[in-house]
Ligand binder design. Structure first.
Ligand code: S3P
Length: 206
């Protein structure tokens, strides 16, 4: 289903309240590969009238290489170094919606930086939803193995307890992106108001 101008207009009132509540902090989207951080983040930024930045794209720009090339030429530790530095730099540049790569929050330094300068939003998704989405593309070096399912399961085990420390959790699933955007805005409004964020809701898969 296409997102419409009307969808965006409908949430604009809450959007101004959220922007005010953020008081200059960024919104930082976290979650596994395939959770929809970039596609949801782009629409969230549009709805809130904030700049959108994709950390992976910034890392690629800084390195002058694609992520698969960085992994292949320099290895994962080099990528993680760049990721940590690029995210710290982006968060120091002012308020924005930032989509992080799936491994970014495994760095304690990055978690601290996000805590200081942002509100974190975990886009949680089931194994099935993640696998269905990541199968469409081959640009993720960690999944270029004989058994990407096993890798994804291991990453869920390892990372979900860390993502769970996020300020807000919203369930990413097969519904139009604007449904998830609107739930994030509701949860942010609640969180910034000092209340407990609502539990993630589930609706029919489309
Ligand atoms: C990674 C996720 C990727 C990218 C890199 C490593 C990870 O980003 O940063 O391939 O460790 O989970 P997405 O989560 O945007 O796919």
């Amino acid at each position: 289903m296409q997102d419409t101008e009307e969808d965006i207009a409908n949430i604009s009132d809450k959007a101004s309240a959220v922007r005010a509540g953020l008081a200059g902090r960024s919104i930082v989207l976290v979650g596994l590969m395939g959770a929809g951080k970039s596609s949801v983040g782009r629409r969230l930024a549009q709805a809130l009238d904030m700049p959108f930045v994709d950390a992976d794209q910034e890392i690629e720009r800084a390195a002058g290489r694609s992520i698969p090339e960085i992994f292949a030429e320099f290895g994962e530790p080099h990528f993680r170094d760049g990721e940590r530095r690029v995210i710290a730099r982006i968060l120091a540049e002012g308020q924005q919606v930032l989509a992080t790569g799936g491994g970014a929050m495994m760095s304690a330094e990055t978690r601290e930086c996000v805590r200081e300068r942002g509100v974190s939003v975990w886009l949680r998704a089931s194994f099935d939803v993640l696998m269905k989405r990541v199968r469409r593309r081959s640009n993720r070096p960690l999944l270029q193995t004989d058994d990407p399912e096993a890798v994804m399961k291991a990453l869920i085990e390892e990372r979900y307890p860390v993502y769970a420390q996020s300020d807000i959790t919203v369930e990413s699933r097969n519904v139009p992106h604007m449904v998830v955007v609107s739930e994030i805005i509701d949860a942010l409004a609640c969180h910034l108001d000092g209340a407990t964020s609502p539990q993630p809701t589930r609706t029919e898969e489309s």
